[in-house]
Write a protein that binds this ligand. Structure first.
Ligand code: AMP
Length: 457
């Protein structure tokens, strides 16, 4: 199938050509005709599949096809994170470049002023995060002109505790509208949400929540105190051009980033303690290739489209199999190849089993040859960093980084498939930093889905 088969407006076809899209992706083949016909849609699709254009192109076609009085918002896209909102808005602007359709993004962490102006002037499409959108609604902004609604990454909204906000937003929209809901997975709560918001939806399934196939998964058993050295060894041996390193906590992201930087890489961090400006700068630097390593908490795991990510390193195993799939989905995007490396300690065995069950296969265990698995633990590895520490040349944190294989002049490392010894490490109080490791077990033995708010990440 070709894009021309969709008989889109010539201005959209021109933008598609300019974007360099030659063929529609599978989700576009399935979604675009249904959406163009005005049907409600429930889609199981992960990002990296061309999902955004699959709903943006029909929205643009709809807006171009019917003239209405200006200065009202006719399409609303609700998405969980600010970065995703920006990304979707950029995609809209790219595909609408030859039209006069206007869009704006609306999210917290930045001033209300420009967003209020966008509402006042009546942009055609608003891409919003739920909390800030509700603020605007409470300040009297109306959404009574919305003809098309998209709820993107609905499972992530559920995880972040946004569903009550989403329900409240729905009450402010006209009943007569087209709605599309996309999610990588469907928990029972999402079934009841979709039953309330969609009318006779058509189902579109692409990938069934499975990660792209061109990703090589590997587990690296390691003691907790050697994770940073091993991360540096993996970065070195894999010649990673563009790697995303995931940590469980913000504090740990900052610490690991400092240690990677100390080893000579260009690094940035992405987590919710950073201002929106810093977050955007980090992403821009990473996208442009100026920054090679981005150390992030799960805030970056969903949906971010950074085409060049070659490696995802899970410094800490994620909390759920879903989170694993989303994290590693940042690499191997749109037919590219990628490596997903997960550092695991003896405590992670239960989660490894859950992840392998979700993937439907076991993941290869690897060791790094010539890596000193017997190295002893530095004291207070996770102790909060102070500027004083940074200045002390003898700081253990920096000694630790210098002891890494990258700096040690050892011969280069290579992979083997032999199982690594895993020594359970008793963590000191300072090592058990910030976050609970994973959701509590519920009595029936399954993991309870975390209901975290965005602000905690
Ligand atoms: P998404 O899944 O929407 O985040 O899209 C992932 C990436 O695929 C984005 O960089 C899009 O620009 C790109 N993309 C979307 N549709 C196509 C297509 N038909 N051909 C090639 N790339 C595409």
């Amino acid at each position: 199938m070709q894009f021309t088969d969709f008989t889109l407006d010539a201005r959209l076809q021109r933008a598609i050509n300019t974007a360099g899209y030659e063929m529609p992706t599978p989700i576009q083949v399935k979604t675009i005709p249904l959406a163009l016909s005005g049907q409600d849609i429930i889609g199981t699709a992960q990002t990296g599949t061309g999902k955004t254009a699959a709903f943006v192109l029909p929205i643009l076609q709809h807006l171009l096809g019917k003239q209405v009085r200006p200065s009202r918002t006719r399409a609303l896209i609700v998405t969980p994170t600010r970065e995703l909102a920006e990304q979707i808005n950029t995609a809209i602007q790219q595909l609408a470049r030859f039209t006069n359709i206007r869009s704006a993004s609306v999210y917290g962490g930045v001033g209300m002023g420009p967003q209020e102006q966008a509402f006042r002037q009546g942009v055609d499409i608003i891409v919003a995060c739920p909390g800030r959108l509700l603020d605007h609604i409470e300040h009297g902004k109306t959404l009574d002109g919305v003809e098309v609604l998209v709820l993107d990454e609905a499972d992530r909204m559920l995880d972040m505790g946004f569903l009550p906000d989403v329900r409240r937003i729905l009450r402010h929209l006209p009943r007569e509208r087209q709605s599309m809901l996309f999610s990588a997975t469907f928990a029972p709560e999402l079934h009841s949400l979709s039953a309330g918001m969609l009318r006779k939806p058509a189902r579109v399934d692409v990938g069934n929540g499975q990660p792209p196939r061109r990703i090589a998964h590997a587990l690296y058993p390691i003691s907790q105190h050697l994770k940073t050295s091993l991360t540096l060894a993996l970065l070195k041996q894999s010649n990673a051009y563009s790697a995303l390193v995931f940590t469980r906590t913000k504090h740990r992201a900052d610490r690991v980033a400092r240690q990677i930087k100390q080893a000579g890489y260009t690094v940035a961090t992405l987590h919710s303690n950073k201002s929106q400006n810093q977050r955007q700068q980090a992403l821009n630097g990473f996208r442009s290739g100026k920054i090679h390593i981005l150390v992030a908490t799960d805030i970056a795991a969903r949906g971010l489209d950074i085409a060049t990510v070659t490696h995802v390193i899970n410094y800490d195993i994620p909390d759920t199999p879903d989170a694993y799939i989303h994290r590693i989905g940042r690499t191997g995007r749109v037919e590219r190849e990628g490596d997903a490396m997960t550092l695991v300690t003896a405590e992670d065995n239960a989660m490894i089993r859950d992840i392998e069950r979700a993937l439907g296969k076991s993941i290869e265990r690897r060791t790094v040859t010539d890596f000193d698995y017997a190295a002893s633990a530095p004291e207070r590895q996770d102790a909060p960093y102070t500027s004083q520490q940074g200045k002390r040349s003898g700081s253990r944190e920096f000694e630790y980084a210098r002891r890494s294989p990258r700096d040690s002049g050892r011969p280069s490392t290579r992979n083997t498939t032999a199982p690594a010894p895993v020594t359970p490490v008793r963590q000191t109080e300072t090592q058990q930093d910030e976050q609970p490791r994973r959701p509590a077990r519920v009595p029936n033995g399954s993991w309870r889905k975390p209901q975290r708010r965005f602000a905690h990440r």
